[in-house]
Design a protein around this ligand. Structure first.
Ligand SMILES: [Zn+2]
Length: 339
């Protein structure tokens, strides 16, 4: 047996297998190390201790070699290694993990956000980024959710121990935007990251991006809202769209609407993008509630306005033909390299 372990050690050192097959051959459930360990029952009692120790050493050797294989460092004799260098310096070019040869690029979500902002800027909108941690006032009070309002439960989000909230929507920025860009006319878009306490699936994520819009001036109507959102969507999707609004519910708008477009991919015949309904619900919108205007110091008797909030992820998925929202957070290079 002593002899066998020496042979095993030699075999391990000489083995040039890649990471996965090396791991399976030696450390797998049927691997050599496991088999050698099983043999311990046949070893004479007085040799058991030294045999066991030798197996442990061999196991550690395998782990060390695996670690080197993992970082792509080849085991060449006499090769000098500079432990202070970035790890890729010592790696033979053909053994380098592919990631080292990739140049950085923007995430598809960020590229689309830039495109959205470019369109809104061309339409005369100001831009203010939303916060990733906000307070009860901006999440609820300023948006016409008084304390104890049942609609607060629609937004199941995350709270910190000192009572800050991870925003469940970019509407948290409406009050700030109206104060920052007021007095009217106000035209602003408010991109940002949102968080919900959600179970994830192909169309739901706990973290996603929204772009909020607010438009306040004298004599603003639902017709202005519909025309503005339509103009933006047609510029983004580069298609003429059939649009409609249908009733919805938000405490911070009155009336509350859902903005719906005729599916631009199947001309309403029904396809996988529109769930074979011919229509796609794209965003919540509505006329800003008078209480929300008052909270921002705007006289609702004199001014009116509309607001919307749409999911960047959802629109990006529709434009780029992505069928699972989770791909957008996966950091999977094979996915990201396509964009
Ligand atoms: Zn369709």
């Amino acid at each position: 047996m002593e002899y066998n372990l020496k042979e095993l050690r030699k075999k391990i050192i000489a083995d040039k297998k890649d990471y996965e097959s090396f791991k399976k051959t030696y450390l797998g459930t049927d691997g050599f190390v496991k088999k050698a360990l099983d043999n311990i029952k046949d070893i004479p009692k007085e040799e058991k201790a030294s045999y066991g120790k030798e197996i442990n050493d061999i196991k550690q050797l395998c782990i060390d070699i695996l670690e080197k294989k993992r970082v792509g460092v080849t085991q060449k004799n006499n090769e000098k290694i500079d432990p202070t260098a970035p790890f890729d310096i010592n790696t033979a070019k053909d053994k380098r993990p592919e990631i080292l040869d990739l140049k950085g690029s923007k995430h598809p979500i960020h590229k689309e956000v830039e495109r959205f902002i470019e369109i809104f800027k061309s339409m005369g909108f100001d831009v203010m980024e939303s916060r990733q941690l906000d307070d009860d006032y901006h999440m609820f009070e300023s948006l016409n959710f008084p304390k104890g309002h049942p609609a607060r439960d629609m937004y199941d989000t995350f709270w910190t121990e000192d009572n800050f909230v991870l925003p469940a929507h970019t509407s948290t920025m409406q009050n700030r935007a109206m104060k920052e860009f007021g007095p009217p006319p106000i035209r602003a878009v408010l991109p940002g990251r949102c968080f919900r306490n959600e179970a994830t699936d192909a169309s739901h994520e706990h973290t996603f991006y929204q772009i909020e819009g607010v438009y306040v001036d004298e004599g603003i109507s639902v017709g202005n809202m519909q025309a503005t959102i339509k103009a933006f969507l047609e510029a983004y999707l580069e298609k003429e769209l059939e649009v409609r609004i249908q009733p919805s519910f938000f405490p911070f708008t009155e009336p509350d609407c859902e903005f719906v477009i005729g599916c631009p991919f199947c001309s309403k015949a029904g396809c996988s993008v529109c769930g074979h309904s011919g229509w796609i619900e794209l965003m919540g919108c509505g006329m800003i509630h008078p209480n929300v205007l008052s909270q921002a110091g705007i006289d609702p008797e004199k001014y009116s306005g509309f607001a919307w909030g749409f999911g960047v992820d959802r629109l990006t998925m529709i434009k780029l033909g992505i069928d699972d929202i989770r791909y957008l957070r996966d950091s999977n290079l094979n996915f990201l390299k396509q964009f």
